[in-house]
Design a protein around this ligand. Structure first.
Ligand SMILES: Cc1cc2nc3c(=O)[nH]c(=O)nc-3n(C[C@H](O)[C@H](O)[C@H](O)COP(=O)(O)OP(=O)(O)OC[C@H]3O[C@@H](n4cnc5c(N)ncnc54)[C@H](O)[C@@H]3O)c2cc1C
Length: 414
């Protein structure tokens, strides 16, 4: 059950109020590369962590639409905090809350509600866009799964306490059953560390600097079958179903990009009135006015697409945002946001290139969103496949073989 109109407005207002405080410290997290635990605590107290979870598990039962409104407000001020909100409400946690067993939900919900965003582990050093070429395995052995493999670019590696790890599942006869998700709990402060799970090294990124992006290795990690997330359709379609939950994360990621761009426009509006050249404010130059108008139109269009995609999860029979609407919205929002932030920086001249203004940080932050969570190219392939009503194999022999086997990209996109 989603929130009433008043509850929705109150929640978004709460996010907006928090964002005001976050803006001042965003540069600090960027420079120190520290995880913004202060902001996490504030968001947790405001009920924003796990807001999409049903009330019976302690969440607010907020819709994805309400959630993206709140995320936009936070993203205008602090991209890092907005990313935490996406992962605490969408993607991995959506998969667990929709496909997980009752025991898994009861276990994971309090951890997220306490302020710990989960990490989702799909990509590997040799399996990026071709995600289903992953080699991480989960082999049944007696009453355990044994996990082996390496994941890369894991957002929140080391700070997260929950990890949803995707792996190829094999039975005791070495028969492959499909791809499943496995929940790992890691909380070193409480002495909880799965044996054989190694975090790091951490990547040094151009933006979103306070967020650890790490390699994670699994060497004979034992997992209790009770922590295997298998959608009702079974393991064979497991990955496609689990990735459906990821549509929500794509809408969230697009919303962050759009929110950063909207924040950049606010800064640009201020500066155009402040800065004088040729004896008049920059705001009086038509060349800049038209740039500003284009920026606003792009954001407006992106916002409408994102809201449409978020709302599609509320259609009868739907649980997650529609796959194609989510792909279109993320693609458009992320590409437009990069342009908008770039233009906003341009309006500041040299000042935009320096770190006294937030534009250079916003520019570095927003650049990620055409890469992480499905690159622009992968999303275009998915959209084209939907337009043409056909599977679009990406492997070299995909078309030649005429095989019914699904291409990795579309398997991931299904
Ligand atoms: C900051 C950040 C955070 C991330 N967080 C996570 C996370 O938490 N969990 C996780 O599992 N992963 C995460 N990722 C990984 C992300 O999902 C991958 O980077 C992404 O899927 C692309 O994979 P790749 O980087 O290996 O690029 P590649 O697949 O090697 O692609 C390289 C380039 O080729 C293009 N390309 C590839 N195949 C095709 C094709 N068939 N047609 C046209 N173009 C193609 C791509 O679009 C890209 O431009 C994160 C990445 C970043 C940057």
């Amino acid at each position: 059950m989603s929130l009433s109109t008043d509850q929705h407005a109150e929640l978004v207002a709460r996010a907006r109020a928090l964002a005001t405080g976050f803006a001042d410290k965003a540069a600090h997290w960027d420079q120190t590369r520290d995880y913004c635990w202060d902001n996490v605590q504030a968001m947790q107290q405001a009920g924003l962590m796990g807001m999409t979870m049903p009330q019976r598990y302690g969440g607010l039962g907020a819709s994805y639409l309400t959630t993206v409104h709140a995320i936009e407000e936070i993203a205008k001020a602090c991209t890092l905090s907005a990313r935490i909100l996406v992962e605490a409400n969408m993607g991995g946690i959506s998969a667990i809350m929709n496909y997980g067993s009752e025991q898994q939900k009861q276990f994971c919900a309090p951890i997220v509600l306490a302020g710990n965003k989960p990490a989702i582990c799909i990509i590997e050093p040799e399996a990026g866009s071709a995600a289903t070429e992953m080699t991480t395995s989960a082999r049944q052995k007696g009453n355990r799964y044994i996990l082996n493999g390496t994941k890369h670019w894991i957002t929140g590696g080391g700070v997260s306490k929950l990890y949803l790890v995707f792996a190829r599942v094999f039975d005791e006869q070495n028969q492959e059953l499909g791809i499943g998700g496995f929940i790992l709990h890691r909380d070193p402060d409480r002495g909880i560390e799965p044996r054989g799970m190694t975090i790091g090294p951490r990547e040094r990124t151009m933006g979103l600097c306070g967020m650890p992006e790490t390699l994670i290795q699994f060497e004979n990690v034992e997992v209790d079958p009770e922590f295997a997330v298998v959608p009702p359709s079974g393991l064979k379609r497991g990955f496609a179903d689990l990735m459906n939950a990821y549509n929500s994360q794509r809408v969230g990621a697009g919303t962050i990009a759009m929110g950063v761009a909207a924040g950049a426009v606010e800064h640009a509006k201020r500066y155009l009135k402040e800065r004088q050249q040729f004896g008049r404010p920059l705001a009086e130059f038509q060349g800049l006015q038209w740039m500003l108008a284009d920026m606003d139109v792009s954001i407006h269009a992106a916002r409408l697409m994102l809201h449409e995609a978020a709302r599609s999860a509320e259609m009868p029979g739907c649980t997650f945002p529609d796959k194609t609407l989510a792909a279109k919205a993320k693609l458009f929002a992320s590409e437009q946001a990069i342009k908008v932030v770039n233009d906003a920086l341009q309006m500041f001249g040299a000042r935009g290139y320096g770190d006294k203004e937030p534009l250079e940080r916003m520019y570095r932050d927003v650049r990620m969103f055409t890469i992480g969570g499905g690159t622009a190219q992968v999303l275009k392939t998915q959209i084209a496949g939907s337009l043409l009503g056909m599977k679009v194999p990406q492997t070299r022999d995909g078309y030649l073989s005429g095989s019914e086997e699904m291409s990795p990209i579309l398997a991931a996109a299904e």
